[in-house]
Design a binder for this molecule. Sequence first.
Ligand SMILES: Cc1ncc(COP(=O)(O)O)c(C=O)c1O
Length: 429
Amino acid sequence: MIATMTTPSTNGLTLADWTQTMQRSVLRQMIAVVSQPGILSFAGGLPAPELFPAEAIAQATAHVLATDPLALQYRPPHPPLKWHIVQLMARRGVDCTEDQIFITTGAQQALDVLARLLLNPGGQVMLEETVYSGIQQVVAPFRPDILTVPTDLDEGIDVDAVEEWLAWGARPAFLYTIPESHNPLGVSISPERRQRLVELARYYHLPIIEDDAYGFLCYEGEAERPMRAYDDQWVFYVGSFSKIIAPAMRLGWMVVPENLIPRLTVVKEAIDLESSALVQRIVTAFLDAGHLPGHLETLRGAYRDRRDRMLRALYRYLPADTAHWSHPCGGMFIWVELPHGVDTAELLQTAVECEKVAFIPGHAFGVRNGHTLDDHSHAGEGASHCLRLNFSNCPADAIEEGIGRLAKVINQSFHQLDGGTTYGRLSSH
Ligand SMILES: Cc1ncc(COP(=O)(O)O)c(C=O)c1O
């Protein structure tokens, strides 16, 4: 019921070759299925709707429409918004200028534009084995050779593996990574690894796409500085207002070397001409009015509480010697690793049907058709024993109940795996 994907007939129409291997986002499909009424869902990757700053956005919108008659016109990127982004970047410890800011229609478009700029058809890209699915969709039309590297739940991307690939002779068009509160893994890259990645980027002339979608959602003081703070030539920073104001703004940005802006502009024009002039002005008015710092505090407080409740419930209901999970310092996700042999896609089916609780199975984030360092063969779906839990978009007081229900199904699977001899915790819930 949950993971089926049908390819609609094209009625004899010949489509571009790459679409033969095109996959609808498994994630989006699953989220639609498991978000039915009555299901307690940890599946989506969405911000909490009750925390959207709707009133402040309404005021900003009214102000813009009343004062700027050209807000509804085609317009070039809005300089005051770039000014605000430079201030935001300073808060992340990044020193940049307005000339280095490129406005995009969400972070997703930034990834698309950068891939179009850097990647040749059939070229190489380097991705983590478990990765944000949006980057796979972006590179798919190029039918690239995907070189994969592992990630550990303590320090993030395996930099030794990156180095090994490069020393072996790989020359990817770029390495894509998420420095802070990884989606889906919930891990942040340690400062040492960030430093080493930047050194490798410089030495091997490897562009790094640094997707910092969660960099402003840190629940333990301020997040580490992104790699762009260490290097302004090889690190292409991607930011987004989706998680800190609202996804429907569809507004993001990049920080890139200034000389790339004219080329990026041409690439973006082919996609959507420009990002909404109206939205750029609304976000600018929101920022001008000084709403962001207070709003960020509200978000951080609420999400910190939800994260803590979820971690406490995991410790309470799952055997920590058998299941392992990440301890995100920010963002929206916790990644849970179960013993090999547990199939979380099957588990989801049971969880939804029997316990009315949902998550995303790990295989949804596994790189498809990638090469691993070991044997340079296909990486496959190595995360099928893992699952992603979202803690931002569920009521705080439902988290413990939901994890309890999920643990019931998980512990049952351990029981089956083990021939019914150990893990008797099931009966305790
Ligand atoms: C890591 C990551 N990058 C990019 C995006 C897309 O963000 P946007 O809404 O700004 O396009 C998401 C959305 O969930 C994400 O998790």
